[in-house]
Design a protein around this ligand. Structure first.
Ligand code: NDP
Ligand code: HSE
Length: 439
């Protein structure tokens, strides 16, 4: 049977890895796909550099439009990244009847609705396993393996760069900038690493997971996003002392009022599975009503782990080429005409537990006032620590207070924090971190 012809856009970390894996495992892949999968055309900016990696049989050029419009190409693999050109190329490929494989979560989180609609109308597939959690087959699991379930929530560590930074800072005490530079060198970070650090990349991925879990349109603009750049080293240490680790989590949860969609650092119990996911590893926990909790763990970034997902999509598309479009697995797990319009909740409506740290003047009545204020806001205290603060003076002793609360409504916690910060004996702003037990 004739081989499947692939046009590759980009030959960087993921594109290079895809080329290598396809070449190294060509026979094994053909045995699985039923046909040879062959990269015949590549577009990059630096053509001379690309030629060194590719053989003489591959057509290499600097014009990606020439690849997506080439009549001989069956599948376009978009690994350029970014939104503008990538969107243009993916839509152009679809218009030319090509199936598309992409690792571009930014593109799909923002333009997924437009792209999937265009693909459905043209009867082609847009596959994106590599866009979420690198090499972990989480899209496949959610779109196919868990279809019997009503999904209740999905939570996970879905950005390798930030998990690598938090792990190295905690375990080796290395400074933030040093570890970020290492993550960039290892090929984990996005072209603009603020996407990683500020939680944007994780929110792109979480947006896709929420659509797959709940059958809602992709709504990146409604996600609550908080990164790790403002985390204080003392909170990382204090969390450890209290039996927790701080992780950047993506959480999406179904509630009767709507859907929580949030990315932020959170304290997780240090004995929990997620706390022990270290380095660039990713892990996604999915809770379904029938199956209970399932955990998916593996390398979330890097050359070959991500290529593993890209190639799996190539094999999937190859296998599906002969099935008629109406009977393929829907892009977002649910049939396009069965999508729900369940609202995404504001972060004020989130219910979780909290870690609150503040510095106060160490004088009588302080604790009584604080605990009364928390009680009045409907916030129940789980535990509390007081320790001397070294910056006290001869005329005023100071103390650090850490409260761990039971579950509370975020709106009430924010209101209580504003009231606390206005108290005359409070000497710092209140550091507020969310805590997730995920039980
Ligand atoms: P790189 O920056 O390593 O590679 C980008 C590639 O695109 C390069 O080969 C570059 O060519 C090419 N390119 C960029 N602009 C153009 C253009 N205008 N015309 C032709 N070629 C162009 O990126 P990554 O491989 O790291 O990432 C690619 C995608 O995969 C992104 O969407 C990213 O978010 C996603 N991803 C990345 C992961 C990772 O671990 N790195 C993991 C999961 C997803 P040249 O080299 O000649 O400049
Ligand atoms: N920059 C991303 C990360 C790459 O660090 O997880 C994988 O999507």
């Amino acid at each position: 049977m004739e081989s499947i012809k692939v046009g590759l856009l980009g030959l960087g970390v993921v594109g290079g890895g895809t080329w290598k894996v396809l070449a190294r495992n060509a026979q094994e892949i053909a045995r699985r796909a039923g046909r040879n999968i062959e990269v015949t055309r590549v577009a990059v900016r630096d053509v001379a550099k690309a030629r060194k990696l590719l053989g003489a049989d591959v057509l290499v050029g600097a014009d990606p439009h020439a690849v997506v419009t080439d009549p001989s190409i069956d599948i376009v693999v978009e690994l350029i990244g970014g939104e503008t050109l990538a969107r243009e190329l993916v839509l152009e490929a679809i218009a030319h009847g090509k199936h598309v494989v992409t690792a571009n979560k930014a593109l799909l989180a923002k333009h997924g609705s437009e792209i999937f609609a265009a693909a459905s109308a043209r009867g082609v597939i847009v596959a994106f396993e590599a866009a979420v959690a690198g090499g972990i087959p989480i899209i496949k699991a959610m779109r196919e393996g868990l279809t019997a379930n009503r999904i209740e929530w999905v939570a996970g560590i879905i950005n390798g760069t930030t998990n690598f930074i938090l792990s190295e800072m905690r375990a080796r005490g290395l400074p933030f900038e040093t570890v970020l530079a290492q993550a960039q060198k290892l090929g984990y970070a996005e072209a603009d690493p603020t996407f990683d650090i500020e939680g944007v990349d994780a929110a792109h991925k979480l947006t896709l997971l929420a659509s797959l879990a709940f059958g809602i349109p992709v709504q990146f603009d409604k996600a609550y996003i908080e990164g790790i750049s403002k985390l204080a080293a003392e909170d990382i240490k204090m969390a450890e002392r209290l039996g927790y680790r701080i992780k950047l989590l993506g959480i999406t949860k179904r509630r009767p009022e709507g859907i929580e969609l949030r990315v932020h650092p959170a304290l997780v119990p240090s004995k929990s599975m997620l706390a022990n996911v270290e380095g660039a590893m990713n892990a996604v926990l999915v809770r379904g009503d029938a199956v209970g909790q399932t955990l998916y763990y593996g390398k979330g970034a890097g050359e070959e782990p991500t290529a593993s997902a890209v190639v799996a999509d190539l094999v999937d598309v190859t296998r599906l080429l002969t099935s008629d479009p109406e009977h393929r697995v829907p892009h977002l797990a649910f049939q396009p005409d069965a999508m729900a319009d369940t609202p995404i909740l504001s972060i004020d409506d989130v219910i979780t537990s909290y870690y609150l740290r503040l510095t106060v003047a160490d004088q009588p009545g302080v604790l009584a006032d604080l605990t009364r204020l928390l009680a009045d806001a409907g916030i129940s205290i789980g535990s509390m620590i007081q320790q001397p603060n070294e910056s006290g003076t001869a005329s005023e002793n100071m103390a650090d207070l850490i409260f761990l609360t039971h579950e509370a409504l975020e709106r009430n916690v924010n209101r209580a924090i504003s009231a606390i910060e206005a108290l005359p004996f409070v000497r710092s702003s209140v550091t507020r971190l969310r805590m997730e037990s995920l039980s």
